[in-house]
Design a binder for this molecule. Structure first.
Ligand code: ASP
Ligand code: MG
Length: 410
């Protein structure tokens, strides 16, 4: 039995008209000979509405009750959509997270899937042509409802695709794929036909918010190809899939940016074993994700400077933590800068081609953009720059790497 998973986001199920478009996508897959597992999000705006309700009712909503509440958005979508399909004579039924036997840990609001027992789903697929599964939700070992974090239906879809052995996982959304950069900044940005899991991870962690990151991690781990495409057109979108040689031939696949950054510099910290650990352990314990870190060589063997970046929303807490430990670190002064952003060039082609970093520095220099920090990985070069130059940097890098020439039109 050939199975396909089709996931539709909130804007795709926002109202009856939209759901009718979704119905045509499902009918097409049926006509192609597939049994279809449809995964739905809540109708657009519904999850936010429920979160706001909880805040009205309670100053500190109980996390488990919160999940019980916000998961209802998806329940509404799957029930309504199943009705539509049944009216059209399609053998379909709705399935909730617990009925799909999606077991998660107990971290309410950001639960992780531990296991999916697909036996029930497979049985149901023998009697039905379409199963309409509520995204975003699972169930812990005490049968309490959990949710997978904002955007979690993407992860539900990929995980279910793996569990039922689907040929493909299609993620239908309101954009028609992954672009070489943000089309709001570069109107000539192109849709990328095929991108590797690793590149996609870098793109989405940098704010190309097309897929929940965890869904890409899942897809990579189990090698499930994901096709990101639009509900509102028939054009092919972007395939997120295993790396192949044709991908390496492309030097750079995309330019990403992240304005949500702050830079912290500690001047004259002691240059002795244990300093980095006394600084970064309390930050990690507070759940603060530190990204770029630079430690200078010490000038006199005693003192050095340490610079790093944190998400801007975590800056206040970072300052508090540093205030508590600065004596131990021996630092003379701490500097903070909130007006910074990261721009990155990303591409698996960097593994086999040299010169990407220098070309990036050259392009930034040509626009007079000063680089504050640099970090590199095997497939990414990132520069921290002043925030006000973000758009200019993205545009000049897109041009310099000739990305408007790649990609596809439709
Ligand atoms: N409805 C949830 C949210 O708005 C999950 C999802 O749409 O993926 O985050
Ligand atoms: Mg989404």
């Amino acid at each position: 039995m050939a199975i396909i998973v089709q996931k539709f986001g909130g804007t795709s199920v926002a109202n009856l008209d939209c759901m009718r478009k979704v119905q045509t996508k499902v009918e097409k897959a049926l006509a192609d000979g597939y049994k279809v597992v449809v995964v739905l999000s809540a109708m657009a705006g519904e999850t936010n509405r429920l979160i706001d309700l909880a805040k009205e009712w309670s100053t500190a909503p109980d996390p488990a009750e919160m999940d019980s509440l916000v998961s209802t958005g998806e329940q509404v979508s799957v029930a309504l959509f199943s009705m539509l399909l049944k009216d059209a004579g399609i053998k379909a039924r709705s399935i909730l997270g617990f009925q799909a036997e999606i077991t998660t840990d107990k971290k309410y609001g950001r639960a992780r899937i531990l296991d999916i027992n697909a036996d029930n789903m497979k049985r149901q697929l023998e009697d039905h042509d379409v199963l309409v599964v509520a995204g975003f939700q699972g169930c812990d070992d005490q049968r309490r409802i959990t949710t997978l974090g904002r955007g979690g239906s993407d992860t539900s879809a990929v995980a279910l695709a793996v569990a039922v052995g689907a040929d493909l996982c299609e993620i239908f959304t309101d954009v028609d794929g992954v672009y070489t950069t943000d089309p709001n900044i570069v109107s000539r940005a192109k849709k990328i036909p095929k991108i590797s899991y690793d590149e996609m991870l870098e793109m989405s962690s940098m704010g190309a918010k097309v897929l929940q990151i965890r869904s890409v991690e899942f897809a990579k781990k189990y090698n499930m190809t994901v096709h990101v495409r639009s509900t509102f057109s028939d054009c092919p979108g972007t395939y997120v899939t295993q790396e192949d040689e044709s991908m390496e031939a492309v030097l750079v696949s995309g330019i990403a940016y992240d304005k949500d950054q702050a830079r912290v510099t500690l001047l004259d910290v002691d240059d002795r074993p244990g300093v980095a650990s006394s600084l970064f352990s309390p930050l990690a314990d507070a759940g603060i994700i530190v990204d770029m870190i630079i430690q200078n060589t010490s000038r006199d063997g005693e003192k050095t400077d340490m610079t790093f970046t944190v998400p801007r929303a975590d800056l206040d807490q970072t300052i508090k933590i540093i205030d508590e430990i600065k004596e131990t670190l021996g630092t003379r002064q701490t500097l903070y800068d909130e007006r910074v952003s990261k721009v990155s060039v990303i591409g698996v082609g960097m593994r086999s081609h040299s010169g990407v970093a220098s070309r990036m520095f050259q392009a930034l220099k040509a626009e007079g953009i000063n680089i504050l920090m640099i970090s590199t990985s095997e497939i990414k070069v990132t520069c921290l720059i002043e925030e006000k130059y973000t758009e200019l940097a993205v545009r000049t890098l897109h041009e310099s790497f000739e990305l408007e020439k790649e990609g596809m039109k439709c």
